[in-house]
Design a protein around this ligand. Structure first.
Ligand code: DI6
Ligand code: FE
Length: 420
């Protein structure tokens, strides 16, 4: 008994990749029906089991014509709000310049910080929105957005407010993350501990007071912040009741995975250099691994994340774009899936779970998002494909034909009305 009141919308004549576990691969239901009421999934199952009365009373019925429905895609790690780009730096690197030479010439992360501080809030919103058209075109309904290119009180707050403003403009659910401990701003050169004082004593409390962040992140790395400094940020976040996540062990093994687990982090991200003990600790703490093949690819890294250990200990593996101007100017979740398969040897099913079920968990929204099931948000992507493996297989193709958020069809091109 799934429904008594009439459905707002019902889709028939297609297939579902529910991404729930324990059933067929992809949680697939062929020749299925899915119905929504009040923004949530109210009926789901094989078409033959749909009571005729339910179909008759549905306010709208859509014929999928053989299309597939997956959960709306979720990008659980981005820095999509930032000003400018670093294409010139990319060009210089290909002409032989080193990272240090580029940094000395005023490039690198500090150039993005400079441009972000100078940009108006309207520019931050507009440029992010332009990039986010690609996520919408590929059926994404949830995106996480980090601060971390302001590195001062005013600009960190402006970045997070801009991220929140994008929810309405892009018709996507936005989860914001405060990443004040992303890099050391130039004016604090040689005084990293003093900068962490600013982050924990002033910026984070102001962020929390305005309720601007859903989580707190840090870049724990030789070129970022130490374990001790990261711990201070995490303690401050916990005192404010905010969950944490971590840029961990991307370029070296600082024990970031274990540190994240110690604080029951939602996720430990990158983790190329994490050791087995760290993976075990993540499994015990329920911390999700967020793997970022775009950064691995763009930086031409060679150290693979410990995929076998993650599988062995049953750590959920999410994947994400890490969209940022320095290490991953990647705007496609579909390409991220392909990269996870080709570079990290994910199966196509693991890749799709990585941007649905596990991505939801990395954001702490697994109760409402990430799978197609009764009571969950009616967030869907609709695809003109024969089998879900095509989503990871194709390189640069986009078979998305529809995007549904909370039961309503929403645009795939920002500013252009939904047609399907
Ligand atoms: N890890 C990275 O690779 C980037 N940030 C981070 O935490 C680099 C960001 C940039 O270069 O702008
Ligand atoms: Fe990142």
């Amino acid at each position: 008994m799934q429904t008594e009141k009439s459905l707002d919308r019902l889709w028939l004549g297609g297939h579902l990749a529910t991404m729930t576990t324990g059933a067929a691969p992809y949680g697939a239901i062929r020749d299925a029906a899915i119905g929504v009421r009040d923004g949530c999934i109210a009926w789901i199952g094989p078409r033959v089991q749909l009571p005729p009365a339910v179909e008759r009373h549905a306010k709208q019925v859509h014929d999928l014509q053989g299309a597939w429905i997956t959960p709306g895609l979720i990008d659980c790690h981005t820095h999509v709000v930032h000003a400018g780009h670093r294409a010139a730096e990319f060009e210089l690197r290909l002409l032989g310049a080193s990272y240090a030479q580029i940094a000395q010439a005023g490039g690198g992360i500090v150039s993005t910080v400079r441009q972000t501080r100078e940009a108006s809030s309207a520019t931050l919103i507009d440029t992010a929105l332009q990039r986010m058209t690609q996520w919408c075109a590929e059926g994404a309904t949830v995106i996480e957005i980090k601060s971390g290119y302001g590195l001062d009180l005013e600009t960190e707050l402006r970045m997070l407010r801009a991220a929140r403003a994008l929810e309405e403009r892009a018709q996507m659910t936005i989860k914001t993350t405060f990443l004040g401990a992303h890099a050391l701003p130039q004016e604090y050169a040689g005084r990293a501990d003093t900068y962490i004082d600013l982050v924990v004593d002033e910026v984070l409390p102001a962020v929390a007071k305005e309720d601007l962040a859903d989580a707190v992140d840090a870049f724990c790395e030789g070129i970022g912040f130490s374990v001790a400094q990261t711990r201070r940020v995490f303690q401050a976040a916990q005192a404010l009741g905010l969950p944490v996540k971590l840029h961990a062990d991307q370029l070296s093994d600082l024990g970031g995975a274990a540190l994240a687990a110690e604080f029951a982090a939602l996720s430990a991200d990158h983790i190329e250099y994490s050791n087995e003990a760290g993976v075990r600790a993540m499994a015990k703490a329920g911390t999700v691994a967020v793997l970022l093949p775009g950064a691995f690819y763009f930086l031409r890294e060679t150290q693979h994340p410990p995929i076998e250990a993650l599988r062995k200990y049953g750590v959920p593996m999410a994947i994400a774009t890490d969209n940022n101007p320095g290490s991953s100017p990647l705007v496609s979740l579909l390409l991220t899936m392909n990269m996870a398969c080709t570079l990290f040897r994910f199966t196509p099913e693991e890749a799709l779970a990585g941007i649905t079920r596990h991505a939801a968990r990395a954001l702490g929204i697994e109760h409402s998002h990430g799978t197609l099931a009764i009571g969950k948000a009616a967030d869907f992507a609709l695809w003109r494909i024969d089998t879900p493996a095509q989503l990871a297989y194709a390189i640069g193709a986009n078979p998305c034909v529809g995007r549904v958020r909370a039961g309503r069809s929403v645009p795939r091109m920002i500013g252009v009305p939904a047609t399907f």
